[in-house]
Write a protein that binds this ligand. Structure first.
Ligand SMILES: Cc1cc2nc3c(=O)[nH]c(=O)nc-3n(C[C@H](O)[C@H](O)[C@H](O)COP(=O)(O)OP(=O)(O)OC[C@H]3O[C@@H](n4cnc5c(N)ncnc54)[C@H](O)[C@@H]3O)c2cc1C
Length: 500
């Protein structure tokens, strides 16, 4: 089946976030007729730029993990490598026990590789530290099945390591809770290393520099999936340290990436085109867009579903029911980004470090702070007199705080920031960006769930899925799933083209 007036095979990409647009871009040279259908009035999904204090800044994802090749590689293919920016610093802290304390360098997503160094940071209490120090001497105890991060890491090091180190770091990536997040899915490199080492301390040590290298946890941020599961087919790659920079961004913000992908893809890109229904036809797929009163139907030979899990589950109901029900099991955490602009002079001391994380046990409104103008020095060019500070709010199950209005949320975030840093006065500008259903939760059993989804989808010819719900929430992981989906669709279309 082909688009009317065209003899090229047609592909519908449902969802115009970074995954869907990457898929469209990766199909650009395949001689296909590609249409991207985005339900919202704007492209980009969780990638967006907005202006705060006259400075355009990312209000969604803001840091691209440069250690994985997929993001920087795609930017290279777009011809935009010249826009990649290097962070001014990646030194991050934890605000706990009365002050902002440096993250130990030798830790892997908060799992300590060096108890002596951890002791010097003051992040743990004496009792917490004594408990953590026992870890290397505990008997081996590899669980037979996937367990939560709390159970695996807390069982070895005690609860304080989870509460004050691992949960803030993983919470930065997933906005989730360690007693719910899967050890195997959220810390795959560590899970793999743990099979080769007697203790988790040794396993973590095998993944970080011996001394003096970059810390694996990276800077405070609310979403760089620095340890997302590797894409299928590549195996799980230990996240071995390499020279800096760990993170990068684009001059105009990562929110400029979706537009660039859309243009370079050559695809027909439609916004405000919410897909309501997906159905098989004898020769391919029928995609229904728009309201029930005025539906519009599009026929396609192949379909790539690049929407969050709940939406994907709805589209696959009646098409691939096993996949649909597994998709419905994936929950999402909502969050908000409160971006504040302060006069530089409002800070009594020079702002150093990229930001800090806040443990949930400390019961603050903010869960992470990024000093955007310190982390990304190029942002100072427009307004050197301002510091832009990005505060993240909201974890899984913390919806009450998100029900406050924008002004209240900005006031609460500013109050926490003042407590942490001593910044004086009110911000010169503030913007609240809300991300309802922002981040998928890789709960215990996630890898099995994804295997069920992929098997169900694979049983439907010409259908593929991609996006943050599967192999990692970070942008490089989303791009990797887009590449896999395009390979699956191209293989299917290639098989159609070959004589039987
Ligand atoms: C606040 C925040 C900060 C983050 N920070 C970082 C970071 O610094 N670094 C990093 O690597 N990652 C970060 N992440 C994670 C990363 O941004 C996301 O995981 C990623 O952008 C998701 O891309 P996606 O294309 O899979 O999904 P989305 O961006 O959710 O895109 C899916 C699109 O599908 C559309 N859609 C839904 N249903 C339909 C339908 N029925 N029909 C048509 N369209 C539909 C939606 O409108 C949306 O545009 C962050 C996430 C959040 C929320």
């Amino acid at each position: 089946m082909t688009e009317a007036g065209s003899d090229r095979p047609t592909v519908a990409v449902i969802g115009g976030g970074v995954a869907g647009l990457s898929a469209a871009f990766l199909l650009r040279n395949a001689g296909l007729d590609v249409t991207v259908l985005e339900g919202a009035p704007r492209l980009g999904g969780k990638l967006a730029v907005s202006e705060v204090g006259g400075v355009p800044v990312d209000c969604g994802a803001e840091a691209l993990l440069a250690r994985r090749p997929e993001g920087t590689g795609l930017i290279g293919e777009l011809g935009l490598s010249g826009q990649l920016q290097v962070p001014g610093t990646t030194a991050a802290g934890i605000w706990t026990r009365g002050s902002i304390r440096s993250l130990p360098r030798r830790q892997f997503m908060g799992v300590p590789a060096d108890i002596g160094e951890l002791a010097a940071t003051g992040i743990l209490s004496e009792a917490g530290l004594a408990r953590a120090a026992q870890e290397p001497t505990l008997p081996d105890g590899e669980p037979a099945t996937d367990v939560s991060v709390s159970s695996r890491v807390g069982g070895r090091f005690g609860a304080e390591v989870v509460d004050r180190l691992v949960e803030p770091l993983l919470g930065g990536v997933y906005a989730g809770r360690c007693d719910d997040l899967s050890f195997d899915a959220t810390l795959p490199a560590l899970a793999q290393a743990a099979r080769r080492h007697h203790s988790l301390t040794d396993a973590a040590a095998s993944l970080v520099p011996a001394s003096g290298g970059p810390a694996s946890g990276g800077p405070a941020s609310d979403g760089p999936a620095s340890d997302g599961p590797a894409s299928p087919g590549r195996g799980l790659q230990p996240d071995r340290p390499r020279p800096a920079p760990v993170f990068t961004t684009l001059t105009g913000g990562l929110g400029t990436l979706p537009g660039a992908l859309a243009v370079a893809s050559g695809a027909r890109v439609r916004t405000s085109a919410m897909v309501r229904e997906l159905a098989r036809t004898p020769a391919g797929w029928r995609v229904t867009i728009g309201s029930a009163h005025a539906p519009e139907v599009l026929e396609a030979d192949a379909v790539i579903i690049a929407v969050p899990a709940a939406a994907a589950g709805r589209l696959l109901a009646g098409v691939a029911d096993t996949a649909a029900s597994a998709l419905r099991e994936i929950r999402y955490a909502s969050m908000a980004v409160v971006t504040l602009a302060y006069p530089v002079a409002a800070f009594a001391r020079p702002v150093t470090g990229s930001g800090f994380l806040v443990p949930a046990v400390d019961e603050r409104t903010i869960k992470a702070v990024t000093f955007s103008t310190v982390k990304w020095p190029h942002l100072r060019a427009t307004r050197p007199d301002l510091h832009i500070v990005r505060c993240s709010v909201g974890r899984l199950g913390e919806d009450a705080v998100l029900q406050r209005d924008d002004a209240e949320l900005a006031t609460l975030a500013a109050a926490d920031l003042a407590d942490a840093t001593g910044v004086r006065g009110r911000p010169a500008d503030a913007r609240v960006s809300r991300w309802g259903g922002g981040l998928p939760q890789y709960s215990v059993g996630h890898l099995d769930r994804v295997a069920r989804i992929r098997a169900g989808v694979a049983s439907q010819p010409g259908l593929a899925v991609c996006g943050a719900a599967y192999d990692g929430v970070g942008i490089p992981a989303c791009i990797a799933t887009a590449r896999l989906a395009t390979e699956q669709v191209l293989a299917y279309l290639g098989s159609l083209a070959r004589p039987a």
